[in-house]
Design a binder for this molecule. Structure first.
Ligand SMILES: Nc1ncnc2c1ncn2[C@@H]1O[C@H](COP(=O)(O)OP(=O)(O)OP(=O)(O)O)[C@@H](O)[C@H]1O
Length: 225
């Protein structure tokens, strides 16, 4: 039996409501991602992929509609509750990685674990293992500014997985990567889905990569098809 991990029901989002520059980005988007399922989200630039991911990841709120995470309806929940669910159950890879510039790659992956009560030694071991999976263990002591864009992206991927989320949301996670590295990150993701039941929703412009995921959904005129 498949278990829904992320459910979006009738998500509506309008920016600049009532103003001349009003833009209706989401007009009733529905989506279910099951446990262990990796779904590609494909749409032209500006269609609303980031908006949808931010709402799904509880970083933003919808005007209408419901977001359920692991069966739990998050609509109307307090900020405190939403923050706790986001921290414990959701991993997010931003379009622009948002690594903490004053900390090393390792520290960027250790810190969210410490915030979740994991010990320093366990957190470091996990961070190094994650970095190793995507071929950047030798960059563990580098700060983001001393890494290439692709290396930073891979560190952001590891950070998103640091607290063993149920759901990974990613905004163009392989955008800066060459084909071989992109493949390595992708294979790591698919192995995690297979072995740990991680669910993922991945926005991408890379159609070849999208076709290798379990399912592709397209955003058209503010709905998912
Ligand atoms: N905070 C905001 N205020 C007003 N308009 C916004 C805001 N955020 C996004 N938009 C607009 O909403 C639309 C959807 O933006 P979004 O970033 O979700 O698209 P996207 O599909 O992720 O694009 P890309 O592939 O280029 O990253 C765009 O027209 C954008 O200009």
């Amino acid at each position: 039996m498949s278990k829904p991990m992320l459910e979006l029901h009738g998500i509506v989002k309008t920016y600049n409501r009532g103003k001349p520059n009003e833009i209706k980005v989401l007009r009733g988007a529905d989506l279910t991602v099951d446990q262990g399922e990796v779904v590609a989200l494909v749409a032209p630039s500006g269609a609303g992929k980031s908006t949808l991911l931010h709402i799904a990841g509880l970083l933003d709120t919808a005007d209408q509609g419901q977001v359920l995470i692991n069966g739990q309806d998050m609509s109307g929940k307090s900020d405190r509750k939403r923050t706790a669910v986001r921290r414990d159950e959701v991993g997010f890879i931003y379009q622009f990685h948002h690594l903490l510039p004053e900390f090393s790659a390792l520290e960027n992956i250790v810190l969210p674990q410490l915030a979740n009560g994991v010990s320093q030694s366990v957190a470091e071991r996990r961070a190094l293992e994650l970095l190793g999976n995507v071929g950047v263990a030798d960059r563990a002591d580098h700060r983001p500014a001393a890494m290439s864009g692709g290396e930073q992206q891979r560190v952001a991927f590891c950070r998103a997985l640091a607290n063993e989320p149920l759901i990974l949301l990613a905004d163009e996670p392989t955008g800066n990567l060459d084909p071989a590295t992109s493949d390595q990150v992708f294979e790591t993701l698919m192995a995690l889905a297979r072995d740990t039941g991680l669910s993922a929703l991945i926005a991408t412009h890379n159609m070849e990569l999208a076709a290798r995921m379990d399912r592709v959904v397209r955003m058209e005129n503010g709905v998912l098809v």
